[in-house]
Design a protein around this ligand. Structure first.
Ligand SMILES: [Zn+2]
Length: 407
């Protein structure tokens, strides 16, 4: 009796296996019939540039002879110097599959443009710069801050580069070093760039909202076309069309240099306090952290200054001067013109100082004022004739930002 059972099981198994096998075989045949292999005319040799690799050695790996390599180098020169290729990027050599001759060379100049060196009909070579066409997806992120914007966003798996872009939008109105409060909220709508279905990087922030210590700040990207020099007139504006850019950045220590991110790496030691005579803000940051000029101006002091240690003073206009003390390194000279965001030195502990920090002062008409509470005006706005267009353009983003406020 047992023998029969085994036999039956064996038969069932064999039938199943053969059924599955034939079924799969059938499917495979169907797939082959539906999609014949595409007729390839090109073959691409992609060389990932290693440290110490030169354009010459990379080209050799791709099977390019010395003469052709020199031709490519010389042709590209007017657009991009290929002797400056960077490790980590890729060189693409595209060959004709039948002749096995190089047809074009592609190299990413930066995140916006690619260099193309293309063979012409007459056999000569031509170099071109082409804008990279990304596929764009629109993403919205919102959150409530417990400790820092950085940590809140990282907890939501948001690309850190998008967070830095967001902080850049509000760099004139929010001090990401010491101005963040528990319960602050943010919401932003931004582009994500994709190529061949793969996520590459965040693109422009379209609209953003930040509620900092109860103050609602909104910024909308707007582009008014080009000026007479061909430069784009664009930026972030509040709903009334006033630029978010002001004469001073909120924080002299740029969050993008704080590797551990925003408030976790950047604490303040002492606030502005008239009773103790400390008419400044002290920012604690690792020694060597870059310090930026908060506004455009001219250096009126750069050197040793007693208890201030290494000291830089920047005069912005007839009213305002800013001072930066205890630096470990000074990057500017007396008389030099600086622009907002320029690195003028590095955090240190020189002079009368108990540990690495930046002592930062704002002087208004010879009186030291509180950098945390100073409210500076904006001197830029959407041009009168574009204001109606701007207001129409932001309506849908405004609605999206204001819908279901977080918290
Ligand atoms: Zn101080």
């Amino acid at each position: 009796m047992k023998k029969y059972i085994y036999l039956i099981i064996l038969i069932i198994l064999l039938t199943t296996i053969s059924l599955v096998f034939f079924h799969q075989k059938n499917q495979t045949q169907v797939i082959e019939e539906l999609s014949p292999p595409p007729l390839l005319t090109e073959r691409t040799e992609t060389i990932l540039i290693e440290p110490d690799m030169t354009f010459s050695t990379a080209s050799e790996l791709a099977g390019i002879d010395h003469t052709l390599m020199m031709t490519l180098l010389e042709t590209a020169e007017t657009i991009y110097d290929l002797s400056n290729i960077r490790a980590g990027k890729k060189l693409q050599y595209v060959f004709d599959i039948t002749t096995n001759k190089l047809e074009q060379l592609i190299y990413p100049i930066d995140t916006e443009e690619e260099l193309f060196v293309i063979k012409q009909e007459d056999g000569s070579w031509l170099a071109e710069r082409k804008k990279i066409q990304y596929d764009i997806k629109i993403k919205t992120v919102e959150g409530v801050i417990e400790s820092s914007l950085y940590e809140s966003a990282v907890a939501q798996d948001v690309d850190i580069r998008a967070i830095i872009n967001l902080a850049d939008v509000f760099a004139w109105s929010v001090d990401f070093g010491m101005g963040i409060r528990q319960g602050d909220t943010y919401k932003f709508i931004f582009e994500e760039r994709y190529r061949d279905g793969q996520y590459i990087m965040p693109g422009e922030i379209i609209a953003a909202r930040f509620v900092n210590d109860g103050n609602n700040i909104e910024g909308y990207y707007y582009n008014e076309g080009e000026d007479k020099d061909g430069d784009l007139i664009d930026g972030y504006y509040d709903p009334e069309g006033t630029s978010l850019q002001k004469i001073f950045l909120k924080n002299p220590v740029n969050y993008r240099y704080i590797s551990s991110g925003f408030t976790t790496g950047l604490r303040y030691v002492s606030a502005f306090d008239v009773s103790t005579g400390h008419r400044a803000i002290d920012y604690a940051a690792a020694s060597g952290t870059p310090i930026q000029a908060v506004g455009d101006g001219q250096v009126i002091s750069a050197g040793w200054n007693g208890s201030y240690g290494n000291f830089v003073s920047v005069r912005h206009n007839s009213v305002y001067t800013t001072n930066y003390a205890h630096l470990s390194q000074i990057n500017v000279k007396y008389g030099e013109k600086v622009s907002q965001g320029d690195i003028i030195g590095k955090v240190g502990s020189t002079g009368f100082s108990t540990g690495p920090h930046l002592h930062f002062e704002i002087v208004k008409n010879n009186t030291k004022i509180n950098p945390a509470t100073v409210d500076l005006p904006s001197d830029k706005a959407v041009a009168e004739e574009n204001l109606e267009g701007f207001k129409q353009a932001i309506i849908k983003w405004q609605e999206a930002l204001r819908a279901n406020p977080p918290g």
